[in-house]
Ligand binder design. Structure first.
Ligand SMILES: [Zn+2]
Length: 253
């Protein structure tokens, strides 16, 4: 991603960002400068779950009276390290990007897709375990502080169901990454949540650029552009897409 020099020269302008933290997409972010970022978590979560299963399998093989083994402890250790490494890198990548955008305040919405009722208790437990949410927030706050930004956590679970077009909260349906509403709105669920959260905190005047998606490759979060982020472009009536842009994809219709 390229950032023009004049932007970089004025960090900590009065820009704001809002983050939605989830399990499928670890972080969805929208900024008042019109940027949208998506950090994918599926693969990481999958691997975390695989390791968890392997630990359970090994535990079931333990002889009576034993609670752990060298191999089990090593798996726990590896699982934690891998997660911490990815989270650490994510936090740094994101905060540096926000710094370049001139963001001074970051709002964090807490685990909306995780707290959704359709998630089983078991999945919730695993996900909380995976996320180590408090630890992640702490990491985020510390890194943000380094850059002179402040982080505020908002409990806005309900916005995960809110339609940004008509405001309905009980008519919308969420299927995987898509939030749909009978009024015709359809958008990326997590990006929509982060944008709704942002609009709740501040005025957003700019329209959104095409979202950037990041995947973890064990070392870095590399950005991949996805040309067809939103199939709803065609369906969104420009006259009803407020704030001058297509909320779903961030593109002008
Ligand atoms: Zn609607």
């Amino acid at each position: 991603m390229t950032v023009s020099d004049d932007v970089r020269d004025t960090p900590l302008a009065d820009e704001t960002a809002a983050l939605d933290i989830g399990a499928n997409n670890l972080v969805a972010c929208t900024t008042t400068t019109g940027e949208q970022y998506l950090y994918e978590g599926r693969e990481l979560f999958q691997r975390f779950r695989d390791t968890t299963r392997e630990i359970a399998r090994l535990q079931s093989l333990l002889e009576g009276g034993r609670y752990s083994s060298h191999r089990i402890r090593r798996l726990y250790d590896r699982r934690t390290k891998r997660r911490d490494h990815a989270q650490d890198a994510l936090t740094r990548d994101l905060i540096e990007r926000l710094y370049d955008e001139g963001v001074s305040t970051v709002y964090v919405g807490a685990l909306t897709d995780v707290l959704d009722t359709h998630w089983s208790v078991e999945t919730n437990a695993k996900t909380h375990n995976f996320w180590a949410f408090k630890k992640f927030i702490k990491r985020l706050v510390c890194t943000a502080e380094e850059y002179g930004m402040s982080v505020e956590v908002r409990s806005e679970a309900w916005t995960s169901q809110e339609c940004p077009q008509c405001g309905s909260t009980d008519q919308t349906t969420r299927h995987q990454d898509t939030l749909a509403c009978p009024c015709g709105f359809e958008g990326h669920a997590d990006l929509t949540v982060s944008e709704t959260l942002l609009r709740r905190q501040t005025t957003v005047t700019r329209s959104m650029a095409r979202p950037v998606r990041f995947e973890w490759d064990d070392h870095d979060w590399s950005g991949i552009s996805h040309p067809h982020e939103s199939p709803k472009e065609q369906r969104t009536d420009p006259s009803t897409a407020h704030h001058g842009g297509n909320i779903a994809s961030g593109e002008s219709a």
